[in-house]
Design a protein around this ligand. Structure first.
Ligand code: BGC
Length: 734
């Protein structure tokens, strides 16, 4: 055969293969799903709608094996490990209809390699870092047989008392959108059927972060305006990025709990957004409709949840218990049940579970905590740190420092370094601060004194701490919260350093050595006294497996800190809620007028504003240029500034753009983030940083809930935090 014939045959053959494949892609999944549904009993259908919890250690329970064998178990959470997953899966695959089980777990900031808590990671203002960590988390999770993570949490949180602020991207919607997208992309990639990808789940739909009093699970009352402007957009962004599942939340929203709310679950999610993936309830949030007193009993709870749009019930069993009876009396229709089953089977198809239901045990052995993953954890943790204060000459530390005293309850504490929701993170994998410093400065003498417990009030350890401090050249304080103080069911009514830690700080400062405070915490803290007492403060959040190494990188200046706060730090808990994008009020706070919106006992300004963070070098932002002074309402505008590193070291600055709609038909925030970029510059180097403002960033929901750009004046600021910046203005015309 000639070469030409070869080529022709090859072309014809591949065309035939492509045609066959695309025919397969177009028809079988849905046809197979319809066939399956047609052959399922009511019991089998209800089984698909049920998710049960295995043991926290990762094993399934005997009852779950029994259900799997009968083909009555749609999904389990917590069961993990290739062998365990495969054993249970085999039972399902040998059942009558051979529908695979979907294995789920909370892989929130890493599986075995633990990354910084999401709030910390968001302080990097580097969505690519979050995408990278989510991709690694997915790879490790996939290797132990998981196909679904309950992440990302995209709840906006304006109240640091709420412990779950640690699980999200903080207080701002624009930043939250960027991180929602990045995390979904990281978990799912382009093809969720690959063994190194998992289905993402944007949660908790919706408004959960607005719990009254910052108390977890509490009621929320959010106007539709604020819902559409603040709380919904990160969910929309996650779904637009491909998220195939959504979790309905625990909270009551404006009188209708979110796990039974047809407005959010059907009108918005399915109707406006055309979401065709799966909605899973939160843990027992369906049966909790009875506690909300919107359902008269479990059957009524099931009726309302499915009807509102919850496809799969997590852990409570109202669907499987009452479904048949609800169908019989017409409270559910078979079409409703079939639709929920269809969505779940479609998800399983998209995940490739029918073709590849089993995990590869060999992969499990080679994928977890690889050196590459550890390196990423270290880099991302270092990128997440925020330098809150640094008097000249303290940081970075010299590697020639002869002796370093680490003092405080978190100095050599592997468990708390990881934060909460640690997947299968293990304390033996963790580099503590003491270990990190020893490795980074082998010639230095590193000593440690705990001083006190995290929440304890005993001063017994203070004398030793002071003695250890006196004997050192420099003191690194390791203070803050325990991991258990943030996350779910970890709301706080106070925001200061817990226990007697501030007293320990004062005692150690009295020893007269240079002091650096490293903070570990899952939320903004009201730490004015600490900041006054010490010359340097590094916010390390809960930094994960490589925490101590990453902190050492920052303390010694191998990494110049460039993170920025993703949430406002208040002066006192009484200022809460305090967030940068608040409204103006009719009487904005004015220093010389008592009758303005402020406190008699404290300034209205925060301790540290949103977007704030220092560096070991210095930057200037100059020469704000706008591409036009007038644009049409459908037009766009470019804004640019010159950024220069004017200091002695290479470093990163996060350039931030804020806008204000000067007068509008509904009141608008004093300023809103509409652009940011983290830029690295060598000493002396400069770069122009440019942002594009489009109608999507200039508009808002008007009184009729239409998204509009209104003609009129706009202000714009470009700077390095939510306060100040270079100011410009432009006008939008019809
Ligand atoms: C939490 C969810 C989590 C679920 C499963 C619930 O208590 O609110 O965020 O995904 O448990 O563990």
């Amino acid at each position: 055969m000639s070469r030409r014939v070869h080529v022709l045959l090859a072309v014809l053959w591949s065309a035939a293969v492509v045609a066959a494949l695309s025919a397969q892609a177009a028809s079988p999944p849905d046809a197979r799903i319809d066939d399956l549904i047609a052959s399922m009993s009511v019991e089998e259908k209800l089984g698909q709608l049920q998710q049960l919890a295995g043991g926290a250690e990762g094993n399934y329970l005997p009852e779950q094996a029994e259900l799997a064998r009968k083909g009555l178990l749609g999904s389990v959470l917590n069961v993990r490990g290739a062998e365990r997953v495969n054993t249970l899966q085999r039972m399902a695959m040998e059942s009558r209809l051979k529908i695979p089980i979907l294995f789920a777990f909370d892989v929130i900031h890493g599986y075995r390699t633990v990354f910084p808590i999401p709030l910390g990671e968001s302080a990097s203002w580097d969505p690519a870092a979050a995408e990278r960590s989510a991709a690694i988390a997915a790879r490790e999770a996939g290797a132990v047989g998981l196909k679904w993570t309950f992440a990302p949490m995209v709840d906006i949180a304006r109240d640091p008392r709420w412990g779950r602020i640690s699980e999200g991207a903080g207080e701002d919607t624009f930043l939250g959108i960027a991180f929602a997208r990045a995390r979904v992309r990281g978990f799912q990639g382009d093809d969720i059927s690959r063994p190194d990808r998992v289905a993402a789940c944007t949660k908790h739909f919706v408004g959960y972060g607005a719990a009254e009093g910052g108390r977890d699970y509490n009621t929320t009352d959010i106007s539709e305006q604020v819902l559409r402007e603040v709380y919904l957009p990160p969910f929309k962004a996650g779904i637009d990025a491909g998220a195939v599942t959504v979790m309905s939340a625990f909270n009551d929203l404006n009188g209708v709990p979110t796990s039974a709310n047809p407005f959010t679950l059907t009108t918005i999610l399915r109707g406006e957004w055309k979401f065709d993936g799966v909605v899973v309830s939160d843990y027992e949030s369906v049966s909790q409709l009875v506690n909300h007193r919107i359902a008269a009993g479990d059957a009524d709870a099931a009726r309302q949840a499915l009807t509102a749009g919850v496809d799969m019930e997590m852990v409570s069993r109202t669907y499987v218990t009452h479904g048949a009876e609800l169908l019989k009396r017409g409270a559910w229709t078979m079409a409703q049940v079939d639709e929920a089953v269809r969505r779940i089977l479609r998800l399983k198809t998209r995940l490739g579970l029918f073709e590849r239901p089993y995990a590869d045990p060999a992969l499990e052995k080679t994928t977890l905590l690889t050196p590459e993953h550890a390196r990423a954890a270290r880099e991302i943790a270092a990128r997440s740190m925020v330098l809150l204060k640094n008097e000249p000459g303290v940081l970075p530390l010299s590697k020639d420092t002869r002796s370093i005293a680490v003092i405080g309850p978190l100095g050599d504490d592997p468990v708390n370094m990881m934060g909460n929701w640690i997947g299968d993170g293990r304390k033996e994998d963790v580099v503590t601060l003491v270990a990190g410093l020893k490795a980074a400065a082998p010639a230095a003498h590193v000593t440690f004194a705990k001083g006190c417990d995290i929440t304890g009030t005993s001063r017994e350890g203070f004398d030793e701490a002071v003695r250890v401090a006196r004997a050192a050249d420099v003191v690194v304080l390791a203070i803050g919260e325990g991991e258990i103080m943030s996350g779910e069911a970890a709301s706080r009514a106070t925001l200061d350093l817990p226990g007697g830690q501030l007293d320990l700080v004062k005692a150690v400062v009295g020893a007269g050595r240079p002091v650096v405070a490293v903070l570990f915490n899952g939320r903004p803290l009201a730490i004015g006294d600490l900041v006054d007492a010490v010359p340097s403060v590094v916010e390390a959040w809960f930094p994960g497996t490589q925490g101590g190494a990453a902190i050492s990188d920052v303390l010694f200046g191998d990494v110049n800190p460039g993170g920025k706060l993703p949430a406002t730090f208040p002066r006192a808990v009484g200022q809460v809620p305090i967030y940068y994008n608040h409204k103006s009020s009719g009487r904005p706070a004015a220093p010389d007028n008592r009758y303005t919106s402020k406190y008699v006992d404290m300034p209205v300004t925060p301790l540290f504003p949103f977007g704030f963070g220092l560096s070991y070098t210095s930057f200037t932002v100059t020469d704000l240029q706008l591409s036009a002074s007038t644009i049409r309402r459908d037009g766009q505008l470019r804004a640019s500034v010159a950024l220069r590193n004017t200091g002695p070291r290479a470093g990163d600055e996060v350039v931030q753009l804020y806008i204000q709609d000067v007068a509008s038909s509904v009141t608008r925030p004093v300023r809103e983030l509409r652009g940011f970029e983290r830029v690295s510059l060598a000493p002396g180097a400069s770069r122009r940083v440019e942002f594009l403002l489009t109608p999507a960033q200039l508009g808002f929901h008007n009184r009729d809930m239409q998204f509009v750009v209104e003609p009129g004046a706009f202000k714009v600021w470009v700077g390095t935090s939510s306060v100040g910046g270079l100011e410009g203005s432009f006008t939008v015309t019809e």
